[in-house]
Ligand binder design. Sequence first.
Ligand code: IPM
Ligand code: MN
Length: 357
Amino acid sequence: MDATIVLLPGDGIGPEIVSQARRVLDVVAQRFGHTFEMPEHAIGGNAIDAFGDPLPEATLTACRNSQAVLLGAVGGPQWDDPNAKTRPEVGLLRIRKELGLFANLRPTKTWDELLDASPLKREIIEGTDILFVRELTGGIYFGESGRRPHPSGEEAWNTMIYSTGEIERVVRVAAQAARKRRGKLTMVDKANVLESSRLWRQVSERLIKTEFPDLAYNVVLVDAMAMHLISKPREFDVVVTENLFGDILTDEASMLPGSLGLLPSASIGSSGPGLFEPIHGSAPDIAGKNVANPLATILAVAMLLRYSMSMNAEADAIEDVVSRVLKSGLRTKDIACSGASVSTTQMGDAVVKTLLG
Ligand code: IPM
Ligand code: MN
């Protein structure tokens, strides 16, 4: 198969980890007989510096014309000025919106090899395997916002707004995923306070009753969910929730496997290219030091091949190699506890070598 995969290295550690992912894609192409074209484009802070725009038109056009997009990370302290005209994060939010990527899939499972890298007790986290489905193009991230004068200075507001259709389509993605897993779906909201959550609850319950009566379905309030995630994470299979709750809960959940450095994510819409990225950020403190963990990005490549190109064997091969490399004891600094660690490129070398067999 011939495919174009757009690479968006972005800021901070983005370029280092994406270049390891590129090597992995090269090896997959070689081993399975594909041709991947992988043009690189700018996004985020470096795009602001070079083009004055965190999502230049050329980047968006290239992404639209591709089969899939692989992103490193965006953001950094040099672009954090609250008075700046634009921000790196705007590029990420816009590309999600422009490509219609309303469902963000964040699988969170613990790796047996790394149970001791988690700050949580082994007995609690062992066997955790959750798929978060976060709504990604609506809610308070995209609702009306503004500032106006106030006797005390100013006041500022954001609006959490959802329509029936926006809720239905993402709950449907989650329910379909649950059917292929353990058949359990949890919807997280704050229906005791928020009107938008009450709509989520109604729409979601109706949809599950009519289209997915076979699923074990429950609802949990987001504050309680924050607690359950670290007290009984094994209870959950697929968790669906709105944008902001999903952002927060998935960062919390990332501590279950021990490191953000191992968690990939897929953002998909109803058609067109998906966007795949590690869930960690640009980690400016370690950027350029060749110590970042490239495995989340490499696992994002596996998701990319699976979801955007139906290349299941290729995706399985990558996941299997990552697990073998971890079993062999190789660790980047973030997951090394106090033991020896390898660099970003050494971890990439090991993955590439094992993948070549
Ligand atoms: C994420 C990130 C983004 C988000 C930021 C960088 C805009 O935290 O992908 O979770 O909040 O969605
Ligand atoms: Mn986040």
